[in-house]
Design a protein around this ligand. Structure first.
Ligand code: UDP
Length: 358
């Protein structure tokens, strides 16, 4: 197939603004290239494609990024800034993609406009939905596409898909990672880890409380989206509990993350998947998480981590005491079997081919 993959309109690839979708795009494009498909990526100006995606063409547009939807009220109307990057992306898709001979467009952005365009667009648009329910307007437009032709939609996990009104059982594709990019670390340091955008829906305050209770430092990797929130979390625990590491490229992140005894994953929302959960496991780090959203499906208790009831900080602190019983090789093996780039690419190919049938 000749495919056009549209990135998020939140910022350039490589900046971290696109959250987990940036890594999803890298795994998906590299995996589809390996299966012999022709790929073009449409992304914000200044985007950098990872080396594994070098064979893909890159189209870029400049413009004002979208505000991130996860920080809006449920009743928020759809917003588009002046000179919207999103508008430029989709004008370019409609103007150039049909003549360029693409079989399909694969949208990775969680934005109203491409969903709304789907039923009347001059070529097939597919959507890998990257979040659960966030606003009523997005719920409605996703439900509209599902009612029109649900084959155009795929989701990462069952917990995520359950947020939406879908007439058919959902297509679930999980996610896929380049395992060669993550080195297995057999021997951890006395250190806990947390990875994610530093923003309230990610629940860093719970992980900080667990670390303080266990008397272990917590290394924190990720983009600080909300500095006031970061300062409040820092103030909630004894000085020195949190080690702020910043946003690192994957090769540096994994080298440091692998040294953790456990990853604490504490989202407060219905996390669609949880890339960082699988990235930690790929390094051999077991994951301690709430039984909620994607992480609640990815963590297999006793095999690659432990689950506790949502928001149970005491339960997580107790799980830290039991985590050393989990063999670290088991975590890595689980990722190899369930979340490799090749596994994702095969699922995406099947989804698109079925959706393209008359
Ligand atoms: N990430 C990174 N460097 C860092 C911290 C995080 O590249 O220092 C990436 C991480 O690899 C993951 C993404 O940020 O792909 C966070 O994705 P996740 O699915 O966990 O959450 P989202 O931000 O999409 O809600």
């Amino acid at each position: 197939m000749k495919l056009l993959v549209v990135a998020t309109a939140l910022g350039p690839l490589g900046s971290g603004r696109g959250g987990g979708v940036e890594l999803t795009l890298a795994g998906l494009v590299a995996g589809l290239l390996q299966r012999g498909h022709q790929l073009t990526v449409l992304a914000a100006a200044d985007s950098v494609l990872p080396v594994a995606c070098a064979e893909a063409s890159l189209w870029t547009c400049s413009g004002t990024p979208q505000p991130s939807v996860q920080h809006q009220d449920r009743a928020a109307p759809i917003t588009l800034p002046a000179d919207a990057l999103l508008g430029r992306f989709w004008r370019r898709v409609l103007a150039e993609a049909p003549a360029a001979g693409f079989d399909a467009v694969l949208n990775l952005g969680y934005d109203w406009l491409p969903f709304w365009l789907t039923a009347t667009a001059p070529l097939p648009i597919f959507h890998l939905v990257s979040m659960g329910s966030v606003t009523e307007a997005m719920d409605a437009v996703i439900a509209d596409v599902a009612a029109w032709d649900q084959r155009r939609l795929a989701f990462h996990t069952a917990s995520q898909a359950a947020d939406f009104a879908l007439p058919q059982p959902p297509v679930l594709v999980g996610n896929g990672f380049d395992l060669a990019a993550y080195q297995f670390c057999p021997q951890p340091d006395p250190l806990l880890g947390w990875v994610g955008r530093v923003a309230p829906e990610k629940g860093l305050e719970d992980a900080a409380a667990v670390a303080a209770r266990c008397g272990l430092p917590l290394a924190v990797w990720g983009l600080v989206e909300d500095p006031l929130y970061a300062a409040a979390v820092e103030a909630s625990v004894p000085a020195g509990t949190l080690q702020w590491k910043g946003f690192l490229p994957t090769h540096r992140l994994q080298a440091q993350l692998g040294r953790c005894r456990a990853l604490l994953n504490t989202p407060k929302w219905n996390e669609a998947y949880g890339n960082v959960v699988v990235e930690a496991m790929a390094c051999g780090v077991p994951v301690l998480a709430y039984r909620r959203g994607g992480p609640g499906e990815l963590v297999q208790p006793g095999l690659n981590g432990l689950l506790v009831a949502p928001d149970d900080v005491d339960g997580l602190a107790e799980a830290v005491m039991r985590v050393d019983a989990i063999p670290r090789e088991q975590c890595r093996r689980w990722v190899e079997a369930h979340a490799s780039r090749a596994v994702l690419a095969a699922r995406i190919e099947t989804w698109l081919q079925r959706g393209l049938q008359a």
